[in-house]
Design a protein around this ligand. Structure first.
Ligand code: SF4
Length: 414
């Protein structure tokens, strides 16, 4: 396959600002861990971060660390340490990478941000909307550090969200308050929560605009750019810095669209990525596709951080809806309708399903969905077997052959 050199990846200028903001975020956490000047809450990535911020907690997201361990390719060396502790090689490789990182005392955060290590939690807060692994993951640290583990148990496989579902979830959010008051030493402040949720809502709408810019032909950004630039939407949502960042990024992307600047020069094919990224192969994949003038313009993964219900007048209802109405929580029928709409909105020519061995929750190709969607949308697809973090489960050769097969299919189309 004719790959281009690294110049084929077009640098987004706003990346410098993002690195600065992410650096400041990690350094604040590091200082808090060293001095105890602020309390630290660990939160699952689609968990009640806004509620935690309203109490003044600094919020740390272990899944973000999982992704960093994957993209730095440290994961392979760390996963066996977690396996030796009884955490199976078949469960979430974010979990096993992160637990291995803790057991070996190794993290790329030290080198990247000068941190002493991963910041220790004062409280661990989960939402099982994505999977059970997140709860088991935080339970490891509950045992290690003897700190409280609290959270929200969300039903999964939902079609429509009923009033009963919502009321139960709102009650679960409110039930967290006494523990958070205790640990933070602050009384719950509804006005503060409204401010944080409103900021998070503005952030989410800006992030939606960022991703929506890729409906333009040619697209100004790729899925691989998106996985990097979603950082602030994941770890800084609810803070003004995240809003500022996306305003800057949108300006740049709009300018690209106005000037007809493509993320992939000579964009010929537009692809959709369904499933987790292969973090240790992001750059290779970006080059592989751009070498074929193919742009992966959209994905379920990046779109999962759009939480429109945060605009609700009631912040509890906004959080409960946002963290339950997301794709991963929904029924097969809902997911099929969602994907068909995405293929149409982004004018998709082909789909790549990533069957991530250790994340069945984000792999949607195991129960016939690609075949059903091809019948209704007529968009061709391929499936690659791999993993988010464990590169021992990924075959470069197989993935390359599959990508090539998809491009061939498109060339053969009339
Ligand atoms: S959704 Fe998948 S990747 Fe995310 S924590 Fe759960 S198992 Fe891991």
């Amino acid at each position: 396959m004719g790959e281009r050199d690294s110049k084929a990846i077009k640098k987004i200028q706003a990346t410098g600002l993002m690195r600065k903001l992410m650096g400041a975020y990690f350094q604040e956490l590091d200082e808090a861990a060293r001095t105890g000047n602020r309390k630290i809450a660990w939160c699952t990535s689609v968990g009640p971060a806004e509620l935690l911020r309203s109490f003044g907690f600094l919020v740390y997201f272990p899944e973000n660390h999982g992704a960093v361990l994957g993209s730095s390719r440290m994961a392979q060396d760390l996963i066996p340490a977690a396996n030796a502790r009884g955490y199976s090689p078949d469960i979430c490789s974010y979990l096993t990478s992160d637990v291995g990182s803790y057991l070996k005392g190794e993290t790329p955060l030290k080198q990247a941000f000068g941190m002493a290590g991963v910041p220790r939690a004062d409280v661990l807060v989960y939402n099982t909307n994505q999977c059970r692994d997140v709860k088991d993951w935080l339970a490891f640290y509950e045992r290690e550090w003897d700190v409280p583990l609290i959270g929200i148990d969300t039903p999964r496989g939902l079609g429509d969200l009923s009033r009963d579902h919502l009321d139960g979830l709102i009650a679960q959010h409110k039930a967290l308050i006494p523990t958070l008051e205790d640990i933070s030493g602050r009384a719950f402040d509804l006005d503060r929560l409204k401010e944080v949720v409103a900021s998070s809502y503005r952030c989410t709408m800006l992030w939606k605009q960022v991703l929506g810019s890729a409906t333009h032909r040619p697209s100004p950004l790729t899925f691989f750019d998106g996985t990097i630039h979603m950082g602030p939407a994941v770890v800084l949502r609810g803070l003004p810095e995240a809003e500022h960042y996306y305003e800057v990024l949108i300006q740049e992307l709009e300018q690209r669209n106005a000037d007809g600047v493509a993320a992939v020069d000579g964009e010929k094919h537009r692809f959709y990525w369904e499933g987790m990224p292969v973090w240790g192969k992001l750059r290779d994949h970006a080059l592989l596709f751009s070498g074929q003038q193919a742009c992966v313009v959209a994905s379920t993964y990046c779109n999962s951080w759009i939480f429109e219900p945060l605009g609700s007048d009631d912040p509890f209802e906004g959080m409960a809806r946002s963290y339950t109405e997301l794709f991963i929580v929904r029924s097969e029928d809902f997911k099929e309708r969602y994907l068909a709409d995405m293929f149409a909105s982004y004018d998709i020519d082909g789909i790549i399903y990533h069957d991530a061995k250790t994340c069945p929750n984000n792999s949607n190709c195991r129960y016939g969905m690609p075949q059903r969607l091809t019948r209704t949308t007529d968009v061709p697809y391929v499936t690659i077997n791999g993993d988010l973090n464990d590169l021992r489960l990924y075959s470069e050769e197989q993935a390359r052959t599959q990508f090539e097969a998809l491009i061939e299919q498109l060339h053969e189309q009339p």
